[in-house]
Design a protein around this ligand. Sequence first.
Ligand code: PLP
Length: 320
Amino acid sequence: MEISHRAKDFQPIMDEAEAIFKELLDIPEGYSVLFLGGGASLQFCQVPYNFLEKKAAYLNTGTWAKKALKEAKLFGEVVEVASSEADNYTYIPKNFDIPADADYFHFTTNNTIFGTEITKDFDTNVPLIADMSSDIFSRPVDVSKYICIYGGAQKNLSMAGVTFVVVKNDALGKVSRRIPTMLDYRTHAEKGSMFNTPPVVPIYTALQNMKWLKANGGVEAAQKRAQERAALLYGEIDRNRIFRGTAVEEDRSVMNICFVMNDEYKELEADFMQFATERGIVGIKGHRSVGGFRASCYNAMSLEGVQTLVDAMKEFEQKH
Ligand code: PLP
């Protein structure tokens, strides 16, 4: 916590963090991995600043996707290719057209609040850009289809305070506008994320976490664990007469599992929260725009943790 980022002790941490990030996500040559400040929210503006020349395509699948889209409008024409907002984002829109002349197509792979997830890399000639804040390192990604992947670290990578950005180097410098130094990805790519003081402790934490992930089978094993946890919990949600899932089955997220009380048990919601708390289950309150419960099952969540919740749901059903 005390050492300078310019100290000789820190450079190896930064170098190793970049290298292991590239290894885990199987990033091809020609990409930079940056560790920046500002959160994923700053990327909502930094992405169009660096990549939007005339027109960009955005998929509106949730609160964060919509925020990204709103920022992009400050920089050029934005085409909303599809939206599930009218159905409170319970599904991922399918069969939409991406304009061939778009500079990029932006989407949010995992919709943290609504519990839907896109687990495939889209097939299109338009370069992809994705916000992977809440599902990075939970599955393999074909990075070669993307010119940029970004996210806040605080779910699957590290603690809050650092933002990861993967950029394709030869996609930079194509826009005609002038970009303030700190917002230009080239500044950080050229200086190895050391143009200014990087968040050293979150980067160190990310390194430790990525070493753990590597020692535990990398992203393929993380995906398998995530699928096991999700199968266990969705299985119980579907079986239990008290609860129901909120996202359509085919688009269910393995990271954020959202569920509510069935209508006839609505008045028991606070009771179940209390019941769960007494069993040591914390942090399952759903976001206010969905209500009910959200079990966030990021990489650090154990199957035993999910089993504890499932047991509580079964017990609660028997009680009622
Ligand atoms: N994008 C997604 C998918 C998120 O889940 C979040 C936060 O939960 C954000 C963006 C915003 O991230 P930050 O708070 O790091 O700006």
